[in-house]
Design a protein around this ligand. Structure first.
Ligand SMILES: Cc1cc2nc3c(=O)[nH]c(=O)nc-3n(C[C@H](O)[C@H](O)[C@H](O)COP(=O)(O)OP(=O)(O)OC[C@H]3O[C@@H](n4cnc5c(N)ncnc54)[C@H](O)[C@@H]3O)c2cc1C
Length: 135
């Protein structure tokens, strides 16, 4: 029996989805590779058009794609990543819909959870600014 290699992708944004597409293409129809993707949102967000959403030109659904549609050969977990144990190769996630905690093991890990806004210690900007990075 060939050993199954587990590839785990964290984050369903530009980084995670691009890696997903490349890996699915490379390992198309290969049964000894298991691909999983975890993201807290169940959609991919096309951020460059967020300003058009905020100004009412287009609808949020115009810039979101369900991640499950992109998972041709991968399992999708809509969940929050709470712990990455690199030594034991384990990732702890909390499922969004029922709050259940799961531990996923992997052979290869792709970490792409994005970033948070840096206000460079300008407290008033942080307090009063509207950050445009989610729907
Ligand atoms: C308004 C706006 C306009 C932009 N325009 C451009 C542009 O024109 N050109 C350009 O090159 N770049 C642009 N960018 C930047 C671009 O969006 C980022 O560089 C890109 O999204 C980074 O990709 P990423 O995969 O690292 O992170 P993201 O795309 O942010 O993806 C991170 C993913 O990880 C998930 N995640 C994070 N934390 C957790 C957690 N704890 N548990 C589970 N899931 C988690 C998130 O839900 C998300 O799916 C723009 C950004 C914004 C906000």
């Amino acid at each position: 029996m060939p050993q199954i290699k587990k590839i785990l992708i964290l984050g369903g944004g530009f980084g995670g989805i691009n890696v997903l597409k490349l890996i699915q293409k490379k390992f198309k129809n290969e049964s000894n590779v298991r691909i999983s993707l975890v993201s807290k949102d169940n959609y991919f967000l096309y951020t460059p058009m967020l300003p058009q959403v905020s100004s009412g030109l287009i609808h949020p659904s115009d810039i979101t794609i369900p991640i499950r549609k992109l998972c041709k050969q991968a399992e999708f977990y809509q969940a929050t990543i709470s712990l990455i144990d690199l030594k034991q190769k384990l990732v702890t996630i909390t499922r969004t819909f029922d709050g259940k905690v799961h531990t996923l093991d992997y052979d290869y890990l792709i970490i792409s959870p994005g970033s948070s806004t840096n206000f460079f210690d300008y407290k008033n900007i942080k307090k009063h600014a509207f950050v445009i990075n989610t729907v």
